[in-house]
Design a protein around this ligand. Structure first.
Ligand code: PLP
Length: 429
């Protein structure tokens, strides 16, 4: 949009001229009375359609018994049917023996895991509810719903800076070794929410070798985007954390979570935890009180639809084909409209569901507000930080998957105008 000079190089008069131009553009968009949404990481309709074949795997005359003869229509099989553990195990890179298949949401499993530690403690340690202080490390920017769980339990959240190779591990190591009240850390190790960063081998190894002061410290390893690549020929690869913890002599250090939410149907997929046999035993005890068993029909449906991991990977290629152009639309708009002005910075992920945008300090709230008033809903500024407080008021999460490419183009035109408008306005103050 024909800017030839970086904003920092413009004098007051040039900036004022730019502001007038941007205000006119903004007004034009406002008059269109649009309603566009780049707020939540939801698959679009075409993505959901990819899994409709799963419905056909079961019909009224289908045999709903699983491989060991269990009738999936009835109660039982607390930890999930064997073939679902094999499939999800392959997806999570863990042995079926280390897996419990849950219900329809991994976030639910994470909540339960914190809740159990809170009421009953972890492996014989004092329940967290009886301690004066319980703290969690929160790599930032991060996933708002993780932070919401710990906030709900009154757990104090300590932000730790994310980097392109993972959380600042010097800081993580220092904090967990020195403070016994730190009981956990939230991690999205692959294609992180919101940056799309993947942890380096060194980061994963350092996690496995953590020496926390608290015996009941656990890493909450949310592998939500394990197979969610955007490109066939350029994918991130992580070393496997359970195996690495075992090698490091701390097999119980990690809980790993995953689900098929963004593979089949969000809210109607299957979720799982992978962890050590010791941790599994403890979880099973709770589970026995909590339920007679999760939805085995849904587990069977997933297994019959995919067959094996190769089936899943093939399916994920179809997802990628739909959402890759959307990521490219967002990135192209940022490059085209903001790079010439030297405003903002953003990530360029190889997978996952988000792009993380950093506005000039002190501008994020105003940008999101401006966008909203022009009919574009973004994730709330601050949402990517504990307590919704971004100390720099800078980070904005962009979720490109749900809108159509045409809507996304328009939404990004408006977004970049808002970014420039707020930035110039601030520079003139
Ligand atoms: N974990 C991360 C990092 C996510 O981004 C999301 C959804 O956006 C979830 C978990 C939700 O997972 P589920 O649908 O399995 O509860």
């Amino acid at each position: 949009q024909n800017v030839t000079k970086k904003y920092v190089e413009m004098n007051k008069e040039e900036l004022e001229k730019e502001l007038v131009k941007l205000k006119a553009e903004y007004k034009k968009y406002q008059e269109m009375e649009l309603s566009l949404n780049m707020a939540r990481g939801k698959p679009c309709r075409e993505q959901l359609d990819l899994s409709m074949g799963m419905m056909d795997t079961l019909s009224s005359d289908a045999d709903l018994s699983c491989e060991d003869g269990t009738d999936c229509r009835n109660y039982g099989v607390l930890t999930g049917i064997r073939e679902a553990k094999v499939l999800i195990g392959a997806m999570m890179e863990n042995k079926p023996e280390n897996i419990i298949i849950y219900g329809n949401s991994s976030l639910n499993v994470m909540y339960d895991t914190v809740s159990r530690a809170y009421t009953h403690g972890v492996m014989g340690n004092t329940p967290w509810c009886k301690l004066d202080k319980v703290k969690f490390l929160c790599p930032v920017p991060g996933y708002d719903r993780h932070f919401a769980i710990t906030e709900y339990f009154g757990i104090e959240m300590i932000p730790v800076q994310m980097t392109p190779t993972g959380p600042d591990m010097d800081e993580v190591e220092r904090l967990v070794a020195s403070d016994e009240s730190i009981k956990g850390i939230w991690c999205v190790p692959k294609y992180s929410n919101p940056q799309g960063y993947s942890y380096s081998d060194e980061t994963v190894r350092r996690f496995a070798r953590l020496r926390p002061a608290a015996r009941d410290f656990r890493i909450f390893w949310d592998n939500a985007y394990g197979i969610h690549h955007l490109y066939d020929d350029d994918q991130d690869y992580l070393i496997e954390i359970l195996e690495e913890c075992k090698k490091a002599g701390s097999p119980d250090l990690v809980y790993k979570f995953s689900s098929t939410s963004k593979i089949t149907f969000p809210g109607s997929g299957i979720a799982a935890i992978a962890t050590s046999l010791n941790n599994l035993e403890e979880i099973k005890t709770q589970l026995g009180y909590q339920t007679i068993g999760h939805d085995k029909v849904n587990q069977l449906r997933h297994v019959r639809f995919f067959g094996d991991l190769d089936g899943m990977k093939e399916h994920m290629r179809k997802h990628a084909a739909i959402i890759r152009p959307k990521f490219e639309t967002v990135l192209n708009a940022l490059e085209r409209d903001l790079k010439p002005c030297g405003i903002g910075s953003w990530t360029n992920p190889k997978g996952g569901y988000f792009i993380s945008f950093d506005a000039p300090e002190g501008c994020a709230k105003a940008i999101v507000d401006r966008a909203k008033k022009a009919g574009v809903t973004m994730t709330g500024a601050g949402a990517t930080y504990p307590y919704g407080k971004d100390p720099h008021d800078s980070n904005i999460r962009i979720a490109p998957t749900f809108p159509s490419v045409a809507d996304l183009k328009l939404a990004m035109d408006i977004f970049t105008v808002c970014v420039r408008l707020v930035a110039v306005d601030k520079m003139l103050k």
